[in-house]
Write a protein that binds this ligand. Sequence first.
Ligand code: CA
Ligand code: CA
Length: 305
Amino acid sequence: MAAVLPAVLLAFAVSGFAELPDSRLPARFRDIGGRSGKLLAFVETREGLAELERAGLRVSIEEPGVYPFEWPAGWPAAHTKAGASVILLTPFSEKRDGRIGAYTMGSWPNEEGHDETTPAAARAAAYAAKRAVYALPSGFIKVAKTTAGTRVSEHFRLGDFLSKGQPAVWPKYLVLDLRLVDKLELMIETLRADGHPVKGLHVMSGFRTPSYNARGVGPGGRSAISRHMYGDSADVYPDDDGDGRHDDLNGDGCVDLADARIVADAAEKVEVSNPSLAGGISTYPATAAHGPFVHVDTRGTRARW
Ligand SMILES: [Ca+2]
Ligand SMILES: [Ca+2]
C-alpha cells in the first residue's frame, strides 16, 4: 500500500527575512545545489535536523525516508530549487546481522564483527582502519518503490545509484554521497562545453552493498575495500542512443577507450576547477560483459590507476 508522503515544512521561527539567518545555518545547508548548482536533495541525520532546528528552522520529520521539501517563504530565489527533497537517514545501527529489515547489506571490511576471514578482507580492513575516508556510513537512505524516482539532482535519481541484486526486496537501502552526484553533474556540463552535447550519464554501478561487492572480489575483479561501498563512486558512460553501451563520442565509428577517455578528461577538468571533489578517475575497456566505462569517485584525494 503506497502511503501518501507528508509534505515537510521548514519555516523560519524568526520573523523577517531581511536578516535571513544564513550565517547561523550549517555550511552544508548554505551550500544548496552544490558546486554544480544542480543538486536537489539534502541528506541529513537526526542530529543534522536538530542542528537546523537550533538555527531557527522548524522540521516536521519523524521517520527516516525521503520527503518533498517546501522552501520557506522569503528564501532567496537564488537558493531555491523546484522539486527538492529532504532525506532523513536510517541510522547505521538499524543494520543487524547484516540486514535492515528484509534487505541484505552485509558488513564493511572495517566494521566490527566483519565475518570475512579471507586474506584479502583482512588486508582491506587493516588498510581502511587507518584512513578516515573509510569511516563507516552514518546511515542509509531508505528507498521505497515510490521514492526510487526521486531526483537527487537535475540528471540523477535515487534509483540510479541503488546496489544491484535483491530485485524484489523493498524498501532498499542506499549509501550516497551527494558530492559524487555534484561531480557527475559538472562532468555533464563540461562534456557539453567541450562539444559533446550528452543528455546525461548512465550509472552502470553506483552504491554496492558490502555483500554484493564481496561476490566480485578477486584478481582482476573488485577491490575488497571498493569505494562503491562508501557511496561516493560510480561507473558511468554516456548512452544517449540507449543501446546500453558507451556512445561513440569521437564519431570514429567504433566505441572504445578513446571515447571513455573523453569522459575521463571531463572529470579531470572538473577536479582542476573543484579540488574539493577530488578522487578517483579511471577508464575501463570493454569486456564480453560490458562496454567501456569510466569510474569516478570523490574520496577526497587524487587517485589514478
Ligand atoms: Ca550507447
Ligand atoms: Ca569512438
